[in-house]
Design a protein around this ligand. Structure first.
Ligand code: ADP
Ligand code: MG
Length: 258
């Protein structure tokens, strides 16, 4: 059973104003079958954590370790991380002009498995997954993320996750920009992947809304690049009622209720 282990993670990013430390000692363990919600105010470092796990070149790890089943993730290239079983659904998915969704998925699957998927079962799997996500079949012929609506981008990320079958999936603000119907469809997709109990999910979200559909086993509150508090699902309920105000410095403008 897969385990992603993050210990004392420190990460900096280079900005125009110089190097800035964003993650300041993050400890987190995600095991297969567990869903962890990472919550927290804007700018607290949630996406930075996701990008650091995925190996985005803009983020420099200055301390700590990340391992997947004991293997040093930080020593792996981005491709190796994907092959090792890490999956990231980005908050802002990027366009891939000239590459259709169908080709993209097949190429990704081939790269991750080390061999091309059997055509017949693959076509059936893709069609089935798209149907469950209520995606029109013509969607497969469109270029990745080009002109996709917010909801289409998020469904495409979930489609990838369902087909690529990662060991640990990091979903960054998968709920953002979704209406209630799309949120339900996307959440069902995540829950299908969770059902087998084989994947660990790191669900990053500012709002508690998605947690009504995907119930987390653990909730961690990120503040200023660190986990400030953690608990069970009841912590999400408390945040829904109270927002993040109690985590912000006194005298700060109260954030709107999450
Ligand atoms: P969150 O996802 O919790 O809203 P982020 O991880 O996106 O937070 O950002 C944390 C902090 O790091 C913010 O102050 C943000 O401006 C800064 N930051 C993140 N990525 C970059 C970047 N690529 N360039 C400059 N600043 C960044
Ligand atoms: Mg973010």
């Amino acid at each position: 059973m897969a385990t992603l282990d993050i210990r004392g993670l420190h990460v900096t990013v280079d900005t125009e104003q110089g190097t800035k430390e964003i993650l300041r000692g993050v400890d987190l363990t995600v095991r297969a079958g567990e869903t962890h919600a990472i919550m927290g105010p804007n700018g607290s470092g949630k996406s930075t954590l996701a990008y650091s796990i995925a190996g985005h070149p803009k983020y420099t790890v200055t301390g700590g370790t990340v391992t997947l089943d004991g293997e040093d993730v930080l020593a792996m290239t981005v491709d190796e991380r994907a092959r090792a079983g890490l999956f990231l659904a980005m908050q802002y998915p990027v366009e891939v002009p000239g590459v259709s969704v169908a080709n993209f998925l097949r190429t990704a699957k081939t790269a991750i498995d080390g061999e091309a998927p059997k055509l017949r079962t693959w076509t059936k799997d893709v069609r089935g997954a798209m149907e469950q996500l209520r995606m029109d079949p013509t969607f497969a012929e469109r270029n990745v993320n080009e002109g996709f609506s917010g909801g289409e981008k998020k469904r495409h990320e979930i489609l990838q996750m369902e087909l690529l079958k990662p060991k640990v999936a990091v979903l960054d603000e998968t709920d953002s920009g979704l209406d209630v119907d799309a949120l339900k469809i996307v959440s069902e997709g995540v829950n299908r992947v969770r059902e087998g109990g084989e994947v660990g999910v790191l669900l990053i979200t500012h709002y508690t809304r998605i947690l009504r559909y995907i119930s987390p086993d653990f909730v961690h509150v990120f503040v200023d690049g660190r986990i400030a508090e953690q608990g069970g699902p009841e912590l999400a309920t408390r945040l829904e009622d109270e927002g993040y105000d109690r985590f912000l410095p006194t005298g700060a403008t109260p954030a709107s209720k999450a």
